[in-house]
Write a protein that binds this ligand. Structure first.
Ligand SMILES: [Mg+2]
Length: 175
């Protein structure tokens, strides 16, 4: 499937949901691209997972910001690759640094930079420990087993919608 077809499908999917995130945050290694960038050379030409570019462009078209949260120990390689792929300028925040915390620090910084509340963010990552830590902050966090794709996007949007609906107890409290 080409980038344009993926983008069209993603835009149709986004049109089906009434509540949408304001910011979608992506991990890099094994989420946007199928490798650890620390094991690669800056001179190489990287490639993304097949649906990644179409999804990024659909989100931008829909007015949803995108950001990066990566614990890569080689931010210089990661940024070179984002640049080579022609997508570096799409991200409103790029937090790329190794850390003992499971990306909670990355998300604090993204929040400070963008002003977007955690409850309005959607996050994709291939590591359970990051998903666990970040979802506890109130971010809808989706595990991806095979890179980000249209299926993961659908799951993310559906879970985001569920998380946005006040629970029965909360509704009763407001009465
Ligand atoms: Mg990863």
């Amino acid at each position: 499937m080409g980038d344009e077809k993926v983008k069209d499908d993603a835009l149709k999917m986004l049109g089906l949901f009434q509540v949408l995130p304001r910011l979608v945050v992506f991990d890099l290694d094994y989420t946007l691209w199928p490798f650890y960038c620390e094991c690669r050379s800056k001179r190489e030409m990287p490639s993304l997972y097949p649906h990644a570019k179409g999804i990024l462009h659909a989100l931008k078209d829909k007015g949803i910001d995108v950001a990066v949260a990566s614990r890569s120990p080689t931010p210089d390689i990661a940024k070179t690759f984002l640049d080579k792929l022609g997508i570096q300028s799409m991200f409103v925040a790029q937090e790329i640094f190794s850390s003992w915390t499971h990306k909670t620090e990355h998300f604090q910084r993204i929040h400070r930079r963008t002003g977007v509340p955690f409850s309005s963010m959607l996050f994709f990552d291939d590591e359970d420990r990051n998903i666990d830590a970040v979802s506890k902050m109130g971010v809808t966090s989706i595990f991806v087993g095979n890179g980000v794709n249209l299926g993961a996007l659908r799951q993310g949007l559906a879970t985001f919608t569920q998380n946005s609906v006040p629970s029965e107890t909360e509704r009763n409290k407001r009465k």
